[in-house]
Write a protein that binds this ligand. Sequence first.
Ligand code: AMP
Length: 280
Amino acid sequence: MDIARTIADLRRHVALWRKAGEGVGLVPTMGALHEGHLALIRAARAECDRVVASIFVNPKQFSPSEDLSSYPRRETADFDVLRAAGVDLAFAPATAEIYPPDFSTVVQVSGLTTGLCGAHRAGHFDGVATVVTKLLIQSLPDAAYFGEKDYQQLMVVRRLARDLDIPVRIVGVPTVREPDGLALSSRNSYLSPEERRIAPGLARVLRSVAAAVAREPAAVARELARGANELRNAGFAVEYLEIRDAETLMPVTTEVTAPSRVFVAARVGRTRLIDNLPVF
Ligand code: AMP
């Protein structure tokens, strides 16, 4: 596995592969790799001749009050994981390579970003959209792989690729979970043993709300109220628990009539966790 620190080096690698007629997949990550990231890499490996994985903790998607400085960084171990997974190139640029001091451009996706995490993390999706656009243009892959764990992000990336005519297939990969249901996340490493015991309650409530609403589509309000209560009783500070249309992300407040998902964000202690599941 080669390691590229610069955009020029990344482009050199991709250009050689293209010349040989090889297809390229991109897996963007912020490192601290786990089985969720590996699922994206496996999906890319299965479909592409060459796989690039990027590791970049993107400062623009963290607000000043968030965990940028404490976000887990373990580059050497991550490179070992990528190598073992059969990644061809790790792209791990310094912050200044991605954002020179006079960087002035923002990619902003409207509509899809107004609710859910967009409503609770000011500027987050501008940061995501900007860095993903850059990564896509830098590597020009045939396909790029994103987790359904961050479903709103997946929809935002699909939209920006379409709107900006970036010729890439955006592939969504199902969420990888611990045996007790907790969605894998780099932020799970923040959890104390007691918080880790509480954390699977998030997926449990999602499952029960999704199943109840699938049985009784008009019970949305009741089930969301019950679910939020259950989360609070389990020790979560609930940021949102909502059902939204799976395509438009518009709120579903009374009755489920089209493919929809249940979305949750909640804090356990100081750690913010998100998850989502389809209703049907
Ligand atoms: P991150 O490093 O947290 O920014 O995540 C990088 C990519 O991995 C994103 O597309 C995430 O949606 C995806 N991802 C994170 N956790 C999981 C998971 N548990 N299952 C599947 N994909 C995931």
